[in-house]
Design a protein around this ligand. Structure first.
Ligand SMILES: C[S@@+](CC[C@H](N)C(=O)[O-])C[C@H]1O[C@@H](n2cnc3c(N)ncnc32)[C@H](O)[C@@H]1O
Length: 209
């Protein structure tokens, strides 16, 4: 179950951009439901490889600050942090302000190559098949990333935390609501969600009986 906290005082509606039928939105919904093929991985990897050189210049600014709000108001703690779909490191920069041990992982080698080398160790992998042991991490962070519920559930420690953030809220092409994330994750979860700037975030933990 998700509890919606009050929006931060600076919360604003994002500019209209991506509707429900946006092609990336369709892939996002399918992946969250467990449908993801080698063909999808190749297509998405190539798409982001192509956008990689311009990504940082086009996405800079305060748009990643909702992540700091999520960590603070969502009371996120833990030693081992995995950022999935870390891209060119714009979110990683915020993650590193809060956590020391971070792995930045992405499917697109081009995005990783355009990320700073000194932020966090970088790993090239498909999040649908994570090269990590069961219970290997305490926090999984995703910013504008496709959700792979089964793998997140497998690698996240029992008391672990999932942080989901969309920089342009419901207008972000890769977007799921907090409730959709909750529903997609295996088992029962409890969480808080809110808005900050143009972004939306959700912090989820496994429900304890
Ligand atoms: C919209 S970009 C967001 C990048 C960064 N988080 C940001 O907000 O600036 C989505 C990122 O997720 C990565 N990605 C998509 N599918 C992935 C997968 N199956 N495994 C790992 N990374 C993936 C893409 O390569 C891309 O870098």
């Amino acid at each position: 179950m998700i509890t919606h906290l009050d929006p931060a005082p600076n919360a604003t509606d994002p500019e209209p951009f991506a509707g429900e039928d946006h092609p990336i939105r369709v892939i996002t919904r399918k992946a969250a439901a467990g449908e993801w093929s080698g063909e999808d991985a190749a297509k998405i990897g190539a798409l982001f490889d192509e956008m990689a050189p311009e990504w940082t210049a086009g996405h800079k600014g305060d748009r990643y600050l909702p992540l700091a709000d999520a960590f603070e108001r969502g009371q996120v703690a833990g030693a081992r942090v995995l950022e999935l779909g870390s891209g060119t490191g714009l979110g990683t920069e915020i993650v590193r302000r809060h956590f020391d041990e971070v792995i930045a992982m992405d499917l697109s080698m081009g995005m990783l190559q355009n990320a700073p080398d000194d932020l966090a160790p970088k790993a090239n992998a498909d999040a649908s098949r994570l090269p990590l042991a069961d219970n290997a991490v305490d926090v999984v962070v995703m910013v504008n990333m496709i959700l792979f519920p089964a793998e997140i559930d497998r690698v996240l420690a029992p008391q672990g935390t999932v942080v989901w953030m969309n920089t342009s809220g419901e207008q972000t092409p890769i977007h799921l609501t907090a409730e959709q994330v909750d529903e997609a994750l295996p088992g029962d979860w409890t969480g808080v969600a809110s808005r900050y700037g143009t972004g939306t975030w959700a912090v989820l933990r496994r429900a304890t009986s």
